[in-house]
Every structure is written in C-alpha cells, then in structure tokens.
Design a protein around this ligand. Structure first.
Ligand SMILES: [Zn+2]
Ligand SMILES: [Zn+2]
Length: 327
C-alpha cells in the first residue's frame, strides 16, 4: 500500500491523482468530478498496485469507494479502463463511454475475430513476415490481460451534457483512438483531454479497426491533424491530460506537434526519393531504438504514409500483397 498519494485540485470540483501502469507511458491520471453524483474519469490498468492506489486516492480525497456513482471511460485503452469491471462490480457505479468503447470492452467473439484479422492484414501489407505477425499478436493478447471485459451502461454522444454534471459537455475527439472522448467545461474553459493532447509526449494516432466489421479503416493521422486544428481554436485555459502535467498553452503545443509531423514527413519523402520502401523498412529506419515496440512505430509510420499519399507527395504500389512506397 503506498503511503503518500499526490492529490491535486487543478480546478473547481475536480480532484486528480496518478495511478501506476506497467506500460512505457508511465502513470495514468484519473479525475474525480465532484457534484450530485461522484464521477471517476478513467480507472488505471487491472493490476493490484493500481487498485491499491485508486483506493488510497479516494481516501485521500475524503471519499469511500461506495460514494462512486459514475465512471466515464475516455477511450478503450487498458491503462484507462482496466479496473472498470471491478469498480462496477464492487460499487454498482454506471459506466459511461463512447459506443466504440462499449464494443471494444465487450470483447465479443465476432469483434475479437475481426480485430485480429484487421491487424494480421495490416501487418502483412506493411511487409511483416508471418512469424513476426504472430509474435505481435501474442504480445497483444498479453497486453489485454491488463484490461477486463466490461459492460458500458450508457453511451455518450458528441455534444451531450455529462449526466449529473450539467456544466461538463462531451466532445468527441478521435485520432489517438476512434473511441476517444474529452470533456469540456465552458464556464472556466477547462478540458479533460485524456490522450488527445499530452504535454511531454506526442500522442500516437493509433491504427485501429472500425467497430463495424469490414468497414475500411480510418486514416488516423489525417483525422488527428484535423481534430488538432479544431482543438487549437477552442478556448482552453486549462487542459487536463491522461498522462503528465496540466496544459496551459495548448495552441503552442499543437503547433509543435504539427512541426514535428512535418519534419517526419519530409524525412520520409527524402528516404522514399532514394528508393522504394515498405512501411516496415521505413519504421525500422525512422525508429531504430524502438524495434521492440513495432505496433507503435508501425502505427506512427503508416499514419504518416497515409497523410503523405493523400497530399500527393508519395505514391503506393502493391505487389505480392505488400504495399511499397516511393516519392
Ligand atoms: Zn490511449
Ligand atoms: Zn493513455
């Protein structure tokens, strides 16, 4: 049991604390919204350590676990949702999330089958060998153990008022995940951003299957860039992210993200002007130190390739089921 918990009160009616995760990203921030019904935003992963810290956080904030009435899940990733099932079981709190999160968390066999088919096909097109693909699929299964299937009781639509917290509105902010929701309070221009924008690292726009089988995949970096343009125009005095420190200058941070995407785009175009490459070859050249995190770097690489292709800066040809890019 941890002795001290670092509790923050970043703004009115919001208490936040960090929960440890076993992932490279480190701690995840969860938020308690005070009001008629105590609401928890995100839960931390399904580990005993995370559970203990969560309980300590409630205690430090002056609550018992039984005070919890609602859980909002910002997106389906395990570091944000892993304890939702246990919390719902032990407290009877309602779980609220994007409809896509409901599909991911239900983990019905048809979806698991479609999801696995989607990733196998994606990685084969990127140039991975069948043995490499199976290694990734096994690692992915292991990652899923930090989550637990969970029912979503109420789905949240873009623009909806958050139940029991009428000053907070739901904002659909896809890009990092197709299921990603943020919460905005106009009164003091506060936004709970989850993984939509993080100060110390750039959010990965993850490649993700649609929750409707066989629907063509979204091009997440293109989508994310459009969403960042929208976010930049929104008046935000305080941004509360899913990881790391609060954000005060969101527009400047977004410009930094655009600049680094541009730089990476230029590097890719230069490499592809030298000679044709697959997404895997590019990913290994762009991220030589992260070869143990292939899904992450492939997501980043393919996202940029989608974007550069849409801009007409590179071309794609498919041979033997593998996409090859040139400039
Ligand atoms: Zn995430
Ligand atoms: Zn996260």
């Amino acid at each position: 049991m941890p002795n001290t918990i670092q509790l923050e009160r970043p703004c009115r009616d919001v208490v936040s604390f960090a929960i440890p995760t076993p992932f490279p990203v480190g701690d995840v921030n969860v938020y308690l919204l005070e009001g008629d019904r105590l609401t928890l935003i995100d839960t931390g992963p399904r580990t005993d350590e995370a559970w203990d810290v969560l309980i300590s956080g409630f205690q430090a904030a002056g609550y018992r676990l039984s005070d919890l009435k609602q859980i909002v899940l910002t997106h389906f990733h395990e570091d944000h949702t892993g304890l939702a099932y246990r919390l719902r079981q032990e407290t009877g709190a309602k779980v609220l999330a994007h409809p896509g999160t409901a599909v991911w968390l239900r983990e019905e066999p048809w979806f698991v089958e479609w999801r696995n088919r989607f990733f196998r096909d994606l990685y084969a097109r990127a140039g991975l060998l069948p043995t490499q693909i199976e290694l990734i699929m096994t690692a992915y299964q292991a990652l899923r153990t930090f989550g637990h299937p969970c029912e979503v009781d109420e789905v949240l639509a873009d623009g909806a008022v958050l139940p029991s917290h009428p000053d907070w509105r739901v904002v659909y902010t896809p890009g990092h995940s197709q299921t990603q929701l943020s919460l905005y309070r106009a009164a003091d221009q506060t936004m709970i951003l989850a993984d939509h924008l993080i100060a110390h690292i750039s959010s990965n726009a993850f490649l993700e299957p649609s929750v409707r089988p066989d629907e063509e995949r979204v091009k997440p970096l293109i989508q994310y860039r459009a969403e960042l343009q929208k976010l930049k125009r929104l008046p935000i005095r305080l941004g509360l992210p899913g990881h790391g420190e609060p954000i005060f200058e969101h527009a400047a941070l977004i410009d930094k993200r655009f600049e680094s995407q541009e730089r990476r785009g230029e590097t890719i175009v230069e490499l592809l002007a030298e000679r044709e490459r697959t997404a895997l070859e590019l990913a290994l050249e762009l991220f030589p130190k992260h070869q143990d995190q292939l899904p992450l770097v492939l997501s980043e690489t393919i996202g940029h390739l989608d974007w550069l292709e849409a801009e007409g800066r590179i071309t794609k040809t498919t041979r033997d089921g593998v996409d090859r890019f040139s400039a």
